[in-house]
Design a protein. Sequence first.
Length: 83
Amino acid sequence: MKEQFIVNGYNITTNPKFQNKRYGITPELDKQLGSLAIECQNKNNKKMIGKLTELIIQYPTVPLLKNFLSVAYNSQGNYEKAI
């Protein structure tokens, strides 16, 4: 099965890692993203915001980390910072 299609000039792919190079997602960070997505939703994980902040400093071009930080703030009830 072909993993990439071109429709009206747009590339459509089934590869979830197609943006990794564009955003500077390293293989090491890529391995962490799945668990980060789950951990940021845990309202009892008080260390998550610090962990995500450190990762954002290390990988400032990765917007997914900022989304996770927003989810972590929201999960912990800090809606102003989530926004």
